[in-house]
Design a binder for this molecule. Structure first.
Ligand code: SAM
Ligand code: TMP
Ligand code: ZN
Length: 416
């Protein structure tokens, strides 16, 4: 496969096993997905990288072919606040309660989170009076957690920082990461850190978008700078072994368009649940890691680009008003890959104050508050936050009642 400038897509070296990663999808030149710009500011300094995805022929891990330096993405300007969704708040409350009930039986339990963000999960642990610590390098969100009384270390989790915490606090009963482990290319250092920090019967639990759902739904917008890995039970089982750990449970989750929660324990410490072998069998039956399957996915992605840009162009010719809803990181891939700018989508409504009044990365569409959505309602709204469809459509019921229509592009382009 060749890239935009006619260059071969790989192979590059797998960040898990060192094997060859061959590209199967090229999404071209992309900006940082969470780098919103100030209007009137200088856009000439906007950072771009090449977004392409490949498959490791040795360990089956699907991963990006180019890495963005972590400080460019996760810093004091990071604008993603996890508590912005009521559904996710409840999801993490339930997650914390489960840890407190099932994994916190030691004398003085200790729960660590990698990527604790604004404290959406650890807030419940703090309320229970249980020892906890969040690793959160992005100052913007770490400050919110700290103000709420959550203990946070404003630094990246890796082998060195994990060692420092083990020395200060002792072993952890749970190390948890949600929508964060897939963001971290330097997995060797992470697994070393988990090995140092985890108690003998502790669990390392992480949940991230599932490649099986991404392929089944053609949700190509899950691919952006921050999402470096696209995990499966098959690839995580191999990755775990390299870190001296064992995959002992998997659970499919409906959040964020389909995720899997993986539970890892020290080798031999826990009996693996039958769900692990079942999911691996399903992945084999679906030929999820076969190059043909992934090439088929890439073809479906190109078809969505064609369909979405034709629809938006037709609506413009017909004189319809079109806006978008949810200035998600995912939408950076959609706008920049499909060529959607302010000429096709006038503005994006989003509830995050840190995004409002700014321009979306690369495409430069103005972001405004949701309050203006009904003043007046547009004819069409492109739902970039499709993973929060139920929550947003319920909140914005008046839009449909006024005759407005939602435009969706996952799993295919459609108007509802
Ligand atoms: N856990 C929250 C959730 O599920 O909503 C936040 C997810 S957010 C998409 C990813 C978070 O991981 C960001 O807040 C980012 O700053 C943080 N992060 C990135 N690399 C990290 C690392 N090496 N250690 C700890 N946190 C990291
Ligand atoms: P996410 O898909 O990465 O979680 O991002 C969701 C984005 O959508 C985030 O910027 C917040 C925004 N949002 C709203 O504007 N209104 C809502 O009701 C919800 C749930 C999210
Ligand atoms: Zn590999």
């Amino acid at each position: 496969m060749t890239g935009p400038a006619g260059t071969e897509l790989g192979p590059v070296q797998c960040r898990i096993c060192g094997g060859d990663v061959h590209g199967f999808l090229d999404l071209g030149r992309q900006p940082l997905s969470d780098a919103f710009l100030d209007p009137g500011g200088d856009a000439s300094g906007e950072f771009f990288y090449r977004l392409a995805v490949g498959l490791c022929g040795s360990c089956t891990m699907v991963q990006l072919m180019e890495e963005v330096p972590r400080e460019r993405m996760f810093n004091a300007d990071y604008p993603y606040f996890s508590q912005g969704s009521a559904v996710m708040r409840e999801h993490f409350r339930a997650t914390a309660r489960r840890f407190l009930e099932k994994e916190a039986s030691s004398e003085s339990p200790f729960i660590v989170e990698i990527g604790s963000n604004d404290g959406v999960m650890l807030g419940t642990v703090r309320d229970a009076g249980v020892r906890h610590l969040g690793f959160e390098p992005s100052g913007s969100v770490a400050a919110v957690a700290r103000e709420a009384g959550v203990a946070v270390r404003e630094e990246f989790f890796e082998a060195a920082t994990a060692k420092a915490v083990r020395e200060e606090y002792g072993p952890a009963d749970v190390v948890f990461a949600a929508n964060t482990l897939c963001h971290i290319p330097y997995m060797g250092s992470i697994l070393e850190g988990v090995d140092v920090l985890l108690g003998p019967d502790g669990v390392f639990v992480f949940e991230d978008p599932y490649l099986g759902d991404i392929v089944a739904k053609t949700s190509f917008d899950q691919i952006y700078d921050e999402h470096f890995y696209f995990f499966t039970a098959t690839s995580v089982q191999q990755m775990a072994r390299r870190g001296g750990l064992e995959l002992v449970d998997v659970e499919r989750l409906p959040v964020h368009g389909g995720e899997v929660r993986y539970t890892l324990a020290r080798q031999g410490a826990r009996t693996p649940s039958p769900a692990v072998a079942e999911l691996i069998e399903q992945e084999e039956a679906a030929r999820l890691h076969a190059p043909e399957t992934l090439r088929g996915f890439a073809e479906a992605v190109a078809a969505i680009r064609g369909d979405l840009s034709s629809l938006l162009r037709r609506l413009k010719e017909e004189g319809r008003t079109v806006v978008a809803y949810g200035a998600t990181a995912k939408s950076a891939t959609v706008t920049n890959y499909c060529g959607i700018g302010p000429d096709l989508v006038a503005r994006v409504h989003d509830s995050t104050p840190a995004k409002q009044g700014r321009l979306t990365p690369g495409a430069h569409i103005p972001v405004v508050a949701p309050e203006g959505f009904s003043e007046p309602y547009p004819d069409y709204a492109l739902l970039f936050a499709w993973n929060h469809a139920d929550e947003i459509m319920a909140k914005e019921q008046g839009f449909r009642e006024a005759g407005g229509k939602w435009v969706l592009y996952v799993p295919e382009v459609r108007v509802v």
